[in-house]
Design a protein around this ligand. Sequence first.
Ligand SMILES: [Fe+2]
Length: 273
Amino acid sequence: MSMKLRKVSPNVGVEVTGVDLNESLSEIDYVRLVSILENTGLLIVRNQDISPRSLIDFTRYFGKACAYTRSKFELEDYPEILVLSNIKKDGKGIGSPVSGRAWHIDGHYLDEFPRATILAMKILQKEGGNTHFANIQAAWSSLPEEVANRVKTLKATISRVKSREYNYPERGPATPEEVEEWEDVIHPVLIRHPVTGRAGLGVGGNVPWDIHGIDDVSALSLMTFLQEWTIRPEFTYEHVWREGDVIAWDNWTVMHKASPYSGERLLFRTTAF
Ligand SMILES: [Fe+2]
């Protein structure tokens, strides 16, 4: 079988066919996939009947496979895999049904956010559920100079506690234990990819923006402009899922958001740090 590659949009994503992720990749193919991920932000591998073990092995191509957060929705015997699903068994949900409806970078509220996030579509929903991606590096490189000059030295305090209501409004505020555990972090607005060194706009909409040295109203107005800029059509790609898709995105190159869906859906998720 030989690997075939196809760009899916000008700035985000390459579709990969002709590989079986239950087999290990040749070194050449592995290097190609890592390079595509770093440069276009998104790999879409079609037609996979991937086993949990192989999904974890695939994740390791991009970094250390870690459970993203402690969760009651880990896949049995595979703590690295988080189940995302609206399916219920015996009246109980088997996975996390809703996630990431605002534009965001996974784990933006962590000191070091994950290099890549991987999703495997096991049961495809009937309707909706597309996932949107925006290339934050392409958005940065085309930013008008007068705005770029204002942005490049900005720093922000990001609070996981305060971002809860943006990410998971249905869950209610963070518990006292979570407040205790979740420390605020400081990130530059302009984030730099740890491997390619390229800069990108870390401007997700899932956190209240506390920009150092700027009042809240001006910060919100600037960040709203940057978000709108970053999600212009030329920088984005909307992924229409097929059953058997295994996708991986680079959190330093793209931000993303989920959208509502109906009908049963089952996804496995892993994270590479
Ligand atoms: Fe996400």
